[in-house]
Design a protein around this ligand. Structure first.
Ligand SMILES: [Zn+2]
Ligand SMILES: [Zn+2]
Ligand SMILES: [Zn+2]
Length: 752
């Protein structure tokens, strides 16, 4: 008896075992269990060894074998080798495959298989929907939203033929039996895929907008070269600033609009098909990236996308999640019809339900590797391996860009990207997703880990869960969680220097942290150094109104005189507002102290006139990074006093540069160089006093490629060991992993 664990369901594993065993003349069975895959064979030791060797070396591309355990049992009688029906055996759980982009074989079948000619939901054991359609485990058709589609005779023959590529492909379907597309235009319904493709292409070619049901939710698409179309889509989405992703027909089209590197091209073509943020060429319509130098690019991943491009005049379409304002992406057909029908010229849907919502995942190439910044389709719910037992630990996550995490033995299952919990609909999505994950992964909470901020909706949910389940709560400081997340992802558990740079997170002193140098292990941390505190008035408004930070930094480091200077921020703000703000800060009304790197970047972006008010989260630091003039190596001054890192001198020198006519591009480069050098200086200081040379970088500010690459390369050249994120977001989307890691480590050492 051989038991195999890992990602071995929904990825063509049983047919692979079947073929392998048959080719070796072995007799026995293979079946899915909810713990993995079980193989029974009658054989001698030698051929079993060979068999196992091949399981490791020849396993299907999409599978990930984690362990193969052999137990000898009394011989059973088998006539041949066969695949037997799944059965549930234990409360343990196997892995659920993420959704997989359509494979080349299926695209070829779509042109030649009689019953699947042009069938836009074609799939096989190597591709197609998984997580988005799964309601429970083990992964079998009745447990998916395909349950209501009865297979036709031909599909059923393929499904039951152990030699077929569609053998036990749960969503298997064809033109005769599977889900079908339909399209709504001006209250009339169009059926038949070729008519739908033709009409959708016509609408897009003419500058219209189409709402299109995807794998994990709806998208809105239009011609990315047509400025009028993009501008009207922007208006319709009630989202004025945030860059739109674009889908390119193929790599040639990507090369036409951007500068992808080799690793980026590989990642774009991977079966996960994330959106990658790449240096743009400014060829797509200006409203796509709205003045940022980068463009978010994705390649087609559903058969429908390929069919659509075959009829489009353009090779690049805007491809943005169909959500209004900050709400979650729409998955429900009726809701799509009402909400998207009002803004799109047509709604294209298919009659298979999306059970688990996913967004497109987003990555960016930083320091030699594509790093995932938003982890959803193609990635969730693949577990992250951790070094210790985290069974039963729930990590509630943060508030913005939220994800939660569940500990299952030595794995952390991170939810898909959920979004900003301040939005009521998103908060509802969080609660629903938790219920579904808990059921799917048979999760029984034993410990709850949450942020120390008591008002985060994730914290409130965590407290309620703990109370209902009568289990303990452990609180994890935001930046400790960031560092622990990066440690857990990199499989380390020792004392490290944690450098956490981000927007906002509540500190142990109730101030708002975000420029922190910690000495940390998974259980606890000591704050050794931090960015200087600056008072900013306005509470939550501070995040969206960088001018507030700009004025605060000026007032603190230049003095009230600065309010009379002829510099962009002062000129834009207006006399009355300037003095009113200064009075608010002076009196401490609705004012908080920030040691946040995010706010510092906001301040500099505002002072240099690159931004005044943000139209989306993190816009100010993104604009500042985008403005960097290349080949400038100089720096401003900064000060380290009593373990406080102050950018007072930096601000004064920036003001001087502005007054002498230096452009914001050069200032931005010098500022980035300064922050990188100051962080290096901070790290050297902490390393000197502690003797630690393992450096862990985390927090949203490290999405800044220029800054992060500079720091990583300098640290590496100075013989430090640097740890950075790979597949778990460096921003708050990865926080739950840190919370779970901390709680599990505390439990391990008896602290809980
Ligand atoms: Zn396929
Ligand atoms: Zn069929
Ligand atoms: Zn954070």
């Amino acid at each position: 008896m051989i038991e195999i664990t890992g990602l071995v369901q929904g990825v063509g594993f049983r047919p692979f075992v079947y073929k392998l065993a048959s080719s070796m003349g072995l007799e026995g069975t293979v079946e899915n269990l909810n713990t993995g895959v079980r193989v029974m064979v009658n054989s001698n030791n030698e051929s079993v060894e060979k068999f196992i060797e091949k399981i490791w070396s020849e396993a299907p591309l999409l599978s990930q074998v984690e362990s193969v355990v052999v137990n000898e049992i009394r011989p059973l009688h088998f006539k041949d080798f066969s695949i037997i029906t799944s059965r549930s055996l234990s409360e343990e759980i196997t892995r659920v495959s993420p959704d997989i982009a359509v494979c080349d074989d299926c695209l070829a079948d779509m042109e030649q298989q009689e019953h699947r000619l042009g069938y836009p939901l074609i799939n096989c054991t190597n591709c197609g929907p998984r997580f988005s359609i799964i309601k429970g485990v083990p992964y079998d058709r009745p447990m998916t939203t395909m349950a209501r589609f009865k297979m036709c005779k031909r599909c059923s023959i393929e499904y039951n033929d152990q030699k077929d590529r569609r053998f036990h492909a749960q969503p298997v379907a064809c033109n005769n039996c599977g889900p079908v597309y339909s399209m709504l235009v001006n209250d009339s319904e169009i059926k038949g895929i070729s008519d739908i493709i033709q009409r959708a292409a016509e609408i897009i070619n003419k500058g219209g907008i189409v709402a299109l049901k995807g794998t994990g939710g709806y998208h809105l698409v239009c011609d990315a070269m047509n400025e009028d179309a993009v501008a009207s889509l922007r208006k319709a989405k009630e989202r004025e600033g945030k860059p739109f992703a674009v889908m390119c027909r193929d790599i040639d089209c990507v090369n036409e609009i951007a500068f992808p590197g080799r690793e980026e091209i590989e990642k774009l073509q991977s079966w996960q098909r994330p959106v990658l943020i790449i240096e743009g060429k400014n060829i797509v319509a200006p409203s796509v990236s709205n003045g940022l130098g980068t463009v978010g690019v994705i390649l087609p991943y559903m058969p429908f996308h390929y069919l659509l491009f075959s009829k489009l005049n353009t090779g690049v379409i805007v491809f943005t999640s169909a959500n209004l304002a900050e709400e979650p992406v729409i998955t429900d057909d009726e809701e799509a019809q009402i909400k998207l029908g009002a803004i799109a010229d047509a709604v294209v849907k298919y009659n298979r339900e999306i059970y688990n919502r996913t967004d497109d995942s987003v990555g960016r190439f930083i320091a030699g590797e594509v790093r995932i910044m938003r982890r959803s389709r193609g990635y969730a719910p693949t577990p992250v391996k951790i070094e210790f037992d985290a069974e039963g630990v729930f990590g509630a996550g943060a508030e913005l860009t939220s994800c939660f995490g569940l500990g299952k033995s030595k794995n952390l299952i991170l939810s898909q990207h959920i979004g900003d919990l301040k939005n009521a609909a998103t908060s509802e999505f969080y609660k629903n997703a938790y219920g579904r994950f808990a059921e799917m992964f048979r999760f029984k909470p034993e410990i709850v880990a949450r942020d120390i901020h008591p008002d985060y909706l994730s914290s409130i949910f965590a407290e309620k869960l703990a109370m209902e389940s009568k289990i303990p709560v452990t609180m994890v400081q935001h930046h400790h969680a960031h560092i622990a997340s990066c440690m857990a992802e990199n499989g380390i558990n020792k004392k490290v220097i944690g450098v956490a740079m981000d927007g906002v997170g509540m500190g142990n002193d109730s101030n708002i942290w975000g420029g922190e140098f910690l000495i940390a292990d998974l259980c606890d941390f000591t704050r050794i150094m931090h960015f200087d505190y600056v008072p900013v008035a306005g509470g939550d408004y501070a995040s969206y109104e960088p001018w507030r930070s700009g004025l605060s930094w000026l007032i603190k480091y230049v003095g009230e005189d600065a309010l009379n200077y002829n510099i962009p921020l002062i000129n834009k703000t207006g006399h009355e507002k300037l003095y009113l703000y200064s009075e608010l800060v002076g009196k401490g009304i609705n004012t908080y102290y920030y040691s946040s790197a995010g706010r510092l970047f906001d301040a500099v972006a505002a002072i240099t006139g690159l931004i005044h008010t943000s139209k989306f989260h993190s816009e100010a630091p993104m604009r500042l990074e985008s403005a960097i003039s290349p080949d400038i190596y100089s720096c401003y001054g900064y000060d380290i006093n009593e373990e406080v890192l102050s950018f007072g001198t930096t601000i004064r020198e920036i003001v001087y540069d502005l007054k002498t006519g230096i452009n914001p591009e050069e200032i931005s480069a010098k500022f980035h160089n300064t922050v990188a050098r100051a962080i290096m200086n901070g790290i050297m200081y902490v390393s000197d006093i502690s003797g630690i040379s393992d450096i862990v970088l985390s927090g949203g500010t490290f999405q800044n490629r220029y800054l992060t690459e500079k720091i990583i390369s300098e640290l590496s050249s100075k013989k430090f060991y640097v740890y950075y994120h790979h597949n778990v977001p460096v921003n708050d989307g990865g926080l739950a992993l840190g919370q779970v890691a901390v709680a599990a480590a505390r439990r391990d050492t008896g602290m809980i």
